[in-house]
Design a protein around this ligand. Structure first.
Ligand SMILES: CC(C)(COP(=O)(O)OP(=O)(O)OC[C@H]1O[C@@H](n2cnc3c(N)ncnc32)[C@H](O)[C@@H]1OP(=O)(O)O)[C@@H](O)C(=O)NCCC(=O)NCCS
Length: 249
């Protein structure tokens, strides 16, 4: 299923009115943003964490994205951004402290100059955005990270680079929705490169016999030069692209 085609306006400087729209059951809402935006609006613990990060680039992506995440989640929770109780969960996946209402699941991804935030009620979305790099050795990376079926799809595609990034972002979105990261086993599930996006087969530990049918994958392509995907363990989830994440300050 594809994302609904509401326009993305990455560089808006004011909070658009539609940003106040509620997240309904069955919907996953998505915001895009620029990592060149001013960082701000993170907790003292997050500032301390950022100070321990080795590269300025990593600090910037963490601070800009985390601040935007707090502002996005504050609206449905009805609290101040700094009060949003973000915890580092198992395998490093950030989550909300249990018991909050609504019960929001969320995920973020950053690459190049862009970030993506996804949030849903009662579901755990996974997102991945990747800047398309033209010098990457596609087939070597595909052999290392993709299942045999996915490697074949890249090799047979009319545009192997496009197919590679589709599969890469869809796989990342799945492992991020699951939360176990690469521990899930990158060769233990297959995604496609075509449309509509799909989890074709899942053989990871704990997978239900009909695991693949329980998921929906979505393309989030909104910014030239990037590929992005969303995955959620809900077969009928609808994606609502909300546009630019609210800026700091
Ligand atoms: C987090 C992870 C799952 C993805 O990392 P990534 O693609 O480098 O980075 P992204 O920008 O997409 O996502 C990073 C964000 O995901 C979140 N995250 C961290 N651990 C996570 C986990 N286990 N599950 C879901 N989200 C996680 C964090 O919010 C993090 O951003 P922050 O630290 O700034 O808050 C990483 O731990 C990983 O395993 N990477 C392996 C990548 C790989 O080998 N891919 C093969 C191609 S399919």
């Amino acid at each position: 299923m594809n994302a609904r085609s509401a326009p993305v306006e990455p560089e808006r400087s004011t909070l658009p009115p539609e940003s106040q729209a509620p997240i309904r059951d069955g919907e996953v809402h998505v915001w895009h943003g620029s990592l060149n935006a001013a960082p701000g609006g993170v907790s003292p613990a997050e500032e301390a964490l950022a100070r321990r990060m080795r590269s300025a680039r990593r600090r910037r992506e963490f601070l800009v994205c985390r601040g935007a995440l707090r502002r996005v989640l504050a609206v449905p929770l009805g609290i101040e951004p700094l009060a949003v109780p973000i915890l580092a969960g198992a395998h490093g996946k950030p989550s909300l402290a249990p018991g909050g209402r609504p019960a929001l699941g969320f995920n973020v991804s950053h690459s190049g100059e862009r970030f993506v935030v996804a949030a849903a009620v009662g579901m755990e979305p996974g997102v991945d955005i990747e800047r398309i790099r033209t010098r990457r050795s596609l087939f070597r990376l595909a052999r290392r990270f993709f299942s045999p079926a996915e490697q074949e799809e890249v090799a047979a595609a009319p545009d192997p680079r496009h197919a590679f990034y589709r599969i890469w972002t869809r796989k990342e979105a799945v492992i991020k929705a699951d939360g176990r990261g690469v521990a899930i086993g990158l060769d233990r599930f297959d995604v496609n490169a075509g449309e509509p996006p799909a989890l074709l087969d899942a053989r990871w530990a704990g997978a239900a016999p009909d695991e693949a049918a329980r998921w929906s994958l979505h393309s989030l392509d909104a910014v030239p030069g990037y590929v992005a995907a969303l995955a959620v363990r809900s077969p009928a989830a609808a994606v609502v692209v909300r546009g630019a994440a609210p800026p700091s300050g």
